[in-house]
Design a protein. Structure first.
Length: 185
């Protein structure tokens, strides 16, 4: 694998309605109840993690890189600016494909927080930071029946491909990125 470039630390990001906080293990306490929702997993797969499982996952993710060093991990918890409530998360995995820096991105918003544009704001802020930090290409995998996530992928400059990965459509950006989205605040 190609070595990864040096990368800035995960920053706090802001949108009109959210603060994106870099993930900490302590976030598991407030995120576990939000993510303990079978319906939320309809499109993202898997099943809700227990609090202990979530702490373990977060413990790995806050390390910021895969054990073999071929991936960099950036994870943010979404917090509503008005109520300070957690609302979901966004994440990016950075890899090298030859000389191209690729970020695979994902977003999840708790069902009770959906319909407010929070996922779009968070994904846009994350993508803008990734582009400013040196990402050349974006990738996301979205279930074809998940209309909201398909709209978010398009909003952040991704285009669907004919490639299916485990039932999800692979969305990609142009290389180099063209017309990247702007911060929402």
């Amino acid at each position: 694998m190609t070595p990864l470039p040096s990368w800035p630390a995960t920053p706090v990001l802001h949108t009109d309605d959210l603060v994106l906080e870099p993930l900490r293990v302590q976030h598991a306490e407030e995120m576990a109840p939000l993510l303990d929702d079978e319906e939320l997993h309809t499109f993202i797969g898997g099943e809700p993690a227990t609090l202990d499982q979530l702490r373990q996952v977060y413990g790995l993710q806050v390390g910021g890189r895969s054990p073999d060093g071929t991936e960099l991990w950036f994870n943010w918890v979404l917090r509503r600016s008005d109520t300070q409530e957690p609302a979901g998360y966004v994440q990016a995995t950075i890899t090298m494909e030859g000389v191209t820096v690729v970020a695979e991105v994902a977003w999840v918003v708790a069902r009770e927080q959906q319909g407010r544009g929070l996922a779009r704001q968070a994904a846009t802020a994350m993508v803008q930071w990734l582009i400013a930090s040196g990402v050349d290409q974006l990738v996301a995998h979205v279930h074809p029946d998940h209309a909201a996530s398909n709209a978010i992928a398009a909003a952040v400059g991704l285009h669907p491909t004919a490639t299916l990965v485990e039932g999800e459509v692979r969305w990609t950006s142009a290389v180099p990125l063209q017309n990247p989205p702007m911060y929402l605040h």
